[in-house]
Design a protein around this ligand. Structure first.
Ligand SMILES: Cc1cc2nc3c(=O)[nH]c(=O)nc-3n(C[C@H](O)[C@H](O)[C@H](O)COP(=O)(O)OP(=O)(O)OC[C@H]3O[C@@H](n4cnc5c(N)ncnc54)[C@H](O)[C@@H]3O)c2cc1C
Length: 583
């Protein structure tokens, strides 16, 4: 069955030693990782690894909801058509078809597991979001992601065949001859063994697995303005690329138009559902200016609305000009019912959204590109799978339709029922543990890049891009990468399978994580810049000032493998809804 397996757990001991290995090792505890782990056959011995605790992920932050064409006036065909239109010609039709056709099964599975979606007169309540032609977004107030993830996490923790490792950072994949054999990780604590003391200093281990699933989420932290949590550092994409997997369409980043813009506040997302319920975007003059850029106004696709804000603010050239989201046209009772969390967060930052508009700004939100996968979530490396935001299944094309991403985590997690395990576990080569001798330069350098790199990428490869700025950033990032490689800590942590390193007491798990995240952020920054410079047109989430139009010659994916960037044919020849596949 496509749903989380309900077979009795097979009785594996949760205290098994991770060095013995696993049938499947899932990296990530968001919606994709949790649902994938639950959908694997219950007789598999599974490890689920997260770098924070199970409660922290972008999935947990998802507000608006999850799309599913299950209302009587809706159909999978309409959902396909909307998804393809948003994807601006680069969606893979078979992948989209699977996504929308499996939606009902996945929603039923969530209901069976106990996810309490909002209801209206006993029926599941649905709302409208931008670029959807029907009300098809299911929600649980404005904390839909939390409702889903907490339910899935409870199920995972109940399963005896799944061992959860939290505060555990996966540094790299272990790949030999294009076959994935396991991972290298830095581990501080075992969640399923509360009786054990957390390990104080990190241990670096090679853990064999007969298959690995990457579910590490997005990479919004590569931009200084982002709605993503701190953990979204593109680790899965960077690791897969380093291991030789093909990655695809990395230039396509969705910028959400409405993140809270208040000095000192994080870029908290003001869900699109707020505009779906009727909120207006206003400039300082009180004009609904988005209609000057698109006939759908506030409900135009996200990239259009984000660019409208960006360009409008530049055009106005009024110092201090701002953009506001005004909820005064929505019934206050409706606001209280639908957006309790947004009310709470705005209040915390001194905004009473019942009496004043919310100051908003665009921010990096969702990465459409990722690790190339087929319909079974298989990457181009044997026994390596990718699910969720770090995967490129082709369902989002050049721009994601709102609320399709949680759905993708579930539908493509369920495809792991087809997972192919290696015939046997690899034996970890007996490695040499060498002592780490460190000069003091590394921490300052890592901290500097962690703060400066996102500023650079936001300024040079954000909402509006152009060749000169992309080239400038590429030169800077390559220089930082060379300096990173020369650090004493980088040389010590460049390990071959089986090799470990004895860490001095002053090195904590957080230091290893910082090193790993900066390495991954530099890698994905370079990949985004390379892909954005390669695509000399504008499409979906990728806008070039120097090539402002969409060019049919570019109806192809950007694929990167190693240092090579090339085009790969898209099986989709749809331009702005002119051709929609029959099914
Ligand atoms: C504020 C916000 C609101 C959103 N609202 C919606 C919405 O309403 N509807 C919708 O469909 N989508 C929404 N999205 C997008 C959606 O939430 C994400 O695309 C989706 O949740 C991604 O799920 P995931 O499981 O792939 O990754 P995540 O949920 O980000 O989980 C990633 C996991 O990987 C782990 N991890 C990462 N790297 C490592 C490593 N190196 N080692 C070990 N563990 C690692 C992390 O600890 C985490 O557990 C929203 C996103 C944001 C940020």
């Amino acid at each position: 069955m496509a749903n989380p397996s309900s077979q009795a757990a097979s009785g594996y001991s949760t205290s098994a030693n991770s060095a013995e290995g696993f049938d499947v090792l899932v990296v990530g505890g968001g919606a994709a990782g949790l649902y994938s782990a639950l959908c694997l056959p219950a007789h598999f011995r599974v490890a689920l690894v997260t770098k924070d605790n199970l409660t922290i992920s972008a999935s947990d932050w998802a507000q608006g909801g999850i799309a599913a064409a299950i209302a009587p006036d809706d159909s999978p065909q309409l959902h396909v058509a909307d998804t393809l239109r948003a994807g601006a010609g680069l969606c893979e039709p078979d992948a989209v078809k699977l996504l929308v056709e499996e939606a009902r099964t996945c929603i039923e599975a969530l209901l069976d597991l106990g996810v309490a979606f909002d209801r209206s007169n006993q029926q599941l309540a649905m709302t409208l979001e931008a670029a959807h032609s029907r009300k098809r977004v299911l929600h649980a107030a404005d904390t839909t992601g939390h409702a889903i993830v907490s339910t899935l996490a409870q199920q995972v923790l109940k399963r005896k065949n799944i061992q959860v490792f939290s505060q555990t950072f996966v540094l790299d994949l272990w790949v030999d001859d294009e076959i994935c054999r396991g991972v290298c990780l830095s581990r501080s604590q075992l969640e399923n063994q509360p009786e054990k003391e957390p390990l104080t200093s990190p241990q670096i281990q090679w853990v064999p697995a007969r298959a690995v699933v990457l579910a590490t989420g997005g990479g919004g932290q590569v931009f200084s303005q982002t709605t993503n949590p701190a953990a979204s550092t593109g680790d899965g994409v960077a690791m897969a690329w380093r291991a030789g997997a093909q990655v695809r369409d990395l230039e396509f980043f969705q910028f959400h138009p409405t993140a809270l813009s208040k000095p000192g506040a994080p870029r908290f997302l003001i869900s699109e559902a707020v505009r779906g319920e009727g909120a207006h975007l206003l400039d300082n003059q009180g004009d609904r200016f988005v209609f000057d850029y698109h006939s759908d106004g506030e409900l135009a696709p996200r990239d259009v609305v984000s660019r409208a804000i960006f360009l409008h603010l530049q055009k106005e050239e009024v110092p201090g000009n701002r953009v506001w989201l005004d909820l005064s046209s929505i019934d206050p009772e409706r606001i209280r019912y639908r957006f309790p969390n947004i009310i709470r967060v705005c209040k915390h930052w001194g905004i009473d959204l019942f009496t004043e508009p919310i100051p908003v700004t665009p921010a990096a939100h969702y990465w459409m590109g990722g690790i190339t996968c087929d319909l079974h979530s298989q990457t181009t490396i044997a026994h390596l799978y990718a699910v969720g935001e770090n995967a490129s299944t082709g369902v989002h094309g050049a721009n994601r339709l709102a609320s399709n991403s949680l759905l993708e985590c579930l539908v493509y997690g369920a495809q792991l029922k087809h997972i192919q395990l290696a015939s046997q576990l690899a034996v970890v080569p007996s490695g040499i543990a060498h002592a780490l001798s460190l000069s003091d330069d590394w921490l300052k350098a890592l901290t500097y890049w962690r703060s400066q790199l996102p500023q650079l990428i936001w300024q040079n490869a954000g909402i509006c891009r152009q060749q000169s700025l992309l080239d400038e950033a590429r030169a800077q990032v390559s220089q930082w990468q060379r300096q990173f490689d020369d650090l004493s800590i980088s040389q010590a942590l460049r390990l071959k399978p089986g090799q470990t390193v004895e860490l001095p007491d002053r090195i904590t798990g957080n230091h290893i994580r910082l090193w790993g995240e900066v390495r991954n952020l530099l890698a994905i920054a370079a990949l985004i810049l390379k892909s954005a410079a390669f695509r000399s047109e504008s499409r979906g989430g990728h806008y070039r000032r120097d090539y402002p139009t969409t060019d049919d010659q570019w109806l192809s994916h950007t694929v990167v493998k190693g240092d090579n960037v090339t085009r790969a044919a898209s099986s989709n020849l749809i331009v702005d809804n002119r051709l929609i596949p029959n099914f």
